[in-house]
Design a protein around this ligand. Structure first.
Ligand SMILES: Nc1nc2c(ncn2[C@@H]2O[C@H](COP(=O)(O)OP(=O)(O)OP(=O)(O)O)[C@@H](O)[C@H]2O)c(=O)[nH]1
Ligand SMILES: [Mg+2]
Length: 303
């Protein structure tokens, strides 16, 4: 059997549903998803093998104008993800009013389009969240507008939430894959270590429970992950780092109530993911303005 493969990077503005789309295509949750923009901070690999074809996805942070060293790191992650790939998937949101956004120069999508044009990348445009459109006819104007901006291989409206249209995207991606070897075992889902996936689960709960800047200034590291000898239980020690002493108080909450709620939600997801009981211990530490400090960032894994 002639095998084929493609490296596919998924790019777009923050919050358009890039991580949701990758998870939906993989059929598993590999990347965390929240209603808050700038949820994804690093490149995340997801692998899907369908018969002869292997698609190696990279989910990326949302393109935005960087204001901190961390967001500069995130933008670098996006730019690097676009180097040497076979295919780009540019994700935009379905708009009832397509005059808005649509690739205007200087905007996030305009910037991404510039890189795509420069690299003459093969690109599929995905119009996500079609489930929120009151009428599907509204898509026509948006498709026409994007069509005029770049010779996309395809423009595919879909919903990462309901799954509508996702099979069409997968078929298009497989048909654009090149003859070549598979780079990962057939059952590989991601190359992310378990520790990182577990840290991300906790960060997702921080984003879901806290508001405004507080969760954006948090980072999570797993200090210890150890299976008990008799099995069936994993001890996990996590560290939540925040950027201000006042944030620490908010994260812990009155009488520890907020942290308890966050940890209980995280533990539930970790147990589902690891398939066993989890004993989760957590500390909250302040590292003043770590998002502006390269040394602190390196210590937190942003290399
Ligand atoms: N209605 C609807 N909501 C969606 C769809 N896809 C994603 N969402 C929601 O949009 C929000 C953002 O989704 P993410 O997958 O985290 O978006 P993202 O593009 O990865 O965001 P960043 O990582 O912040 O750049 C979440 O609340 C999702 O549930 C969709 O097809 N329809
Ligand atoms: Mg994301």
């Amino acid at each position: 059997m002639q095998t084929t493969s493609a490296f596919v990077t998924i790019v777009g503005r923050p919050n358009v549903g890039k991580s949701s789309l990758m998870n939906r295509m993989l059929g598993e949750k590999v990347a965390i998803v929240t209603p808050k923009p700038q949820t994804t901070r690093t490149r995340i690999t997801g692998v899907l093998t369908r018969g002869a074809a292997q698609l190696v996805f990279t989910d990326t942070p949302g393109m935005h104008r960087p204001r901190t060293k961390l967001s500069q790191y995130m933008v670098n992650e996006i730019n690097q993800s676009m180097e040497g790939v076979d295919l780009c998937v540019l994700v935009v949101e379905a708009e009832a009013n397509p005059e808005r956004h649509a690739g205007e120069p200087g905007g996030a999508e305009g910037q991404l389009l510039d890189s795509i044009r420069k690299g003459r990348e093969k690109c599929i445009l995905v119009i996500n969240k079609i489930d929120i459109l009151p009428k599907k006819e509204l898509l026509l104007a948006q498709i026409a507008r994007w069509n005029a901006l770049y010779p996309f291989e395809e423009i595919i409206p879909l919903s990462a939430l309901t799954g509508e249209g996702v099979e069409e995207l997968l078929e298009a991606l497989c048909s654009l894959a090149h003859p070549g070897p598979h780079y990962f075992e057939e059952d590989t889902l991601t190359d992310q270590p378990e520790r990182i996936l577990v840290a991300e689960i906790l960060r997702e709960k921080l984003l879901l429970s806290l508001s405004e800047e507080v969760p954006h200034g948090t980072a999570v590291t797993i200090e210890r992950m150890c299976e008990r000898e008799r099995g069936g239980l994993i001890d996990i020690d996590a560290m939540i780092v925040c950027e201000k002493a006042s944030h620490k108080g908010i994260i812990i909450g009155h009488g520890g109530a907020m942290l308890k709620k966050i940890l209980s939600a995280a533990r539930e997801d970790m147990e589902r993911f690891l398939g066993c009981k989890v004993n989760l211990q957590c500390w909250v530490k302040v590292r003043d303005d770590w998002r502006q400090d390269e040394r602190s960032m390196r210590a937190l894994g942003f290399q």
